[in-house]
Design a protein around this ligand. Structure first.
Ligand SMILES: [Ca+2]
Length: 403
């Protein structure tokens, strides 16, 4: 870890010259001495739609760019393109970038330090009609200069292959992937602007999947009659954040609302998120998709009238939807009073929200982190507890509590 810290110190000094370096900002609200001040370092800039980040124990940072692929930044600052479009160590001729879709999540295998295995969520043309989102497994060499051994462990995640009455192709592909403390890979998907996907028992859109590293259903998934066994929860709209609460390991997701009600939800194995944008006779639903047609009452993100046992949100970002995306728990005493809180990135609302949870998982307070107003696309906790941020402005930051 000493080497790791030393490397980061050197990196920060270099960046101070290149990028203006770090900024410190006092917390704006609360005034508690238990609230951390933050140091923000720009690690990379000028990227093309950075989407997700994974950090290895040696300090190497893997990151995706939506229309390019997967790269790694070593602690000495060297960047290598590993997988994706031309110029990558391993080219993926089937990679397609369209609308919101392309290369999304990246996750390191729990045994990455010894097996150099990682996973990427991407849109592929290998299935011709319709094309699909996939989860791809890759193995790197010890120096992280080559990628090989590609195995597509999930090949049938729905993709919106054509525009419809409510929007263009490529919409609502989900795409965050994370290993939980249970050792299984969680995969978040989206509803593709389809009225029927979220509640479909067999199609994988509008779900959270839980699988093994080989893509098989996790053996502990609650068996639901008629359901694909890979489904962990269903009835979602477009989940692009998932994180696991320290101590309990319970997954919390963040998902976009339509024109209202972004939601954070604590998942229960086999649970229904309650999104069902079909068959709303009181609404005018273009193409049969009612998702944008109603209000929190007439087209709720969690329809407890249709689904009395639906998982209730832990937090709703009320008013107009602000495009809730990534989520990550802050862990470590260096975060002071924020230790154990959930950071949630808001895109349209250009803010990072810090949520305090009670023992039951309900949100008891929400404050904006004193960070720049940008579209927060990706959030990842590094092994040292620091928070990495990918922004739609093409930057990746490292955020730490100030010492
Ligand atoms: Ca819901």
């Amino acid at each position: 870890m000493l080497t790791h810290r030393t490397s980061w110190t050197a990196c920060a000094l270099v960046l101070a010259a290149c990028n203006g370096g770090s900024s410190r900002a006092p917390v704006e609200s609360g005034g508690s001495t238990d609230t951390p001040e933050l140091t923000r370092t720009v690690v990379l800039q000028g990227l093309s739609s950075p989407w997700d980040i994974a950090v290895a124990a040696d300090g190497s940072m893997f990151f995706t760019e939506r229309c390019r692929g997967l790269s790694v930044r070593r602690p000495d600052g060297a960047v290598t393109r590993l997988f994706g479009t031309s110029g990558s160590a391993l080219v993926a001729p089937d990679l397609l970038c369209n609308g919101q879709s392309g290369v999304h999540g990246v996750a390191l295998d729990p045994a990455f330090a010894t097996n150099r295995t990682l996973y990427v969520y991407m849109l592929s043309t290998l299935n011709a009609s319709p094309r699909t989102n996939r989860v791809v497994r890759l193995v790197l060499d010890a120096a992280y200069t080559t990628a090989g051994g590609r195995v597509d462990i999930i090949t049938d995640i729905p993709y919106k292959d054509a525009a419809n009455a409510v929007g263009g192709s490529g919409a609502h592909s989900g795409g965050r992937i994370r290993f939980g403390p249970d050792g299984f890979l969680y995969v978040t998907t989206g509803d593709n602007h389809s009225a029927t996907l979220p509640q479909s028992p067999t199609l994988l859109g509008g779900k959270v999947l839980r699988v093994t590293g080989a893509g098989a259903a996790a053996p502990g998934n609650t068996p639901l009659a008629g359901f694909d066994a890979r489904i962990f929860t269903y009835g979602h709209r477009n989940v692009q954040g998932i994180a696991f609460r320290p101590g309990t390991g319970q997954p919390f997701i963040a998902e976009h609302g339509p024109n209202h009600s972004d939601e954070v939800t604590a998942l229960v194995n086999g649970g229904n998120g309650g999104w069902d944008p079909k068959d709303r006779p009181t609404l005018s639903c273009p193409g049969g998709y009612c998702g944008y047609a109603g209000s929190p009452t007439t087209m709720p993100m969690t329809d407890v009238a249709r689904f009395p046992n639906a998982m209730r949100p832990a937090w709703t970002n009320d008013g107009s939807s602000q495009g809730m995306g990534p989520a990550e728990f802050l862990v470590g005493t260096q975060w002071k009073g924020w230790n154990g809180r959930l950071a949630v990135g808001i895109m349209g609302g250009t803010r990072l929200v810090i949520l305090e949870l009670d023992g039951a998982g309900a949100v008891t307070s929400a404050v904006n982190a004193p960070l720049p107003g940008v579209r927060y696309r990706g959030l990842t906790r590094a092994p040292d507890g620091s928070l990495y941020v990918a922004t739609d402005a093409g930057e990746i930051w490292r955020v730490t509590p100030s010492p």
